[in-house]
Design a protein around this ligand. Structure first.
Ligand SMILES: [Mg+2]
Length: 227
């Protein structure tokens, strides 16, 4: 019947049958696969609980309402860029000619762009709250394999020197899509990046512009709100 066809449907066939509504299925990239959850009434996510109700059909044909309230671990991450976000690479004298000559030194010399003690502190609290903290940073443009390695090493050494703990370090090709580094591992991911184009291309969670707001304060807010 036409009316039946017009009913909103879950995006994936997996969910068409209530028997498939297992926590395991729901835990599969929920935020990505259900950006538009209109057919689930009362859907709410907080830190690690998911409530939702599923109904289909009208009148006598109405399918039973199913209500699940369960512990679902929402996998969350905060992903920080380095250059121009936490490390002032562009403030290093002659940084560009040095990079062009494949010198990794500017990456080591960059001064921190925020209070690293405060940043470390809030990141530790976020981690304790279940967030993973990652670095996703582009390597130098047009660099040899050797230089890529040297830059990764220099960036890691810089982070170590700053006492910054992270769960994963992604030193990726200049210009690469940052979301590709993490999209399969999390349900919700926040990006902190000074590059507007990169922030605009991030579709797996919200973004923070560290040039417009105080990074530590923004992270504290996330800690309080849980998202
Ligand atoms: Mg940057």
């Amino acid at each position: 019947m036409a009316g039946r066809l017009r009913l909103p449907r879950p995006e994936f066939q997996l969910y068409h049958h209530p028997n498939n509504l297992s926590i395991d299925n729901l835990n599969k990239n929920l935020a990505l696969k259900f950006p538009d959850f209109v057919h689930f009434a009362n859907r709410q996510i907080n830190t690690d609980l998911l409530y939702y109700r599923y109904s289909k059909g009208k009148g006598n044909n109405k399918m039973k309402i199913i209500y699940i309230k369960s512990h679902v671990r929402i996998r969350r991450s905060i992903n920080l860029d380095m250059d121009g976000t936490i490390a002032d690479l562009y403030g290093v004298k002659d940084w560009l000619p040095l990079l062009r000559s494949e010198n990794p030194r500017p990456y080591r010399m960059a001064i921190p762009m925020c209070d690293m003690t405060a940043l470390n502190e809030v990141c530790e609290l976020l981690r304790a709250d279940g967030w993973e903290i990652n670095i996703i940073t582009w390597l130098s443009k047009d660099s040899s394999e050797e230089y890529k390695d040297a830059v990764r090493k220099a960036k890691r050494a810089w982070l170590k020197e700053q006492g910054f703990h992270y769960d994963h370090f992604h030193g990726i090709q200049y210009g690469a899509t940052k979301a590709d580094s993490v999209r399969d591992r999390y349900d919700f991911s926040i990006l902190v990046d000074d590059n507007k184009k990169v922030r605009d291309g991030w579709h797996i969670g919200s973004t923070i512009d560290p040039t417009a707001e105080n990074l530590v304060e923004a992270l504290k807010e996330i800690l309080e709100k849980g998202a």
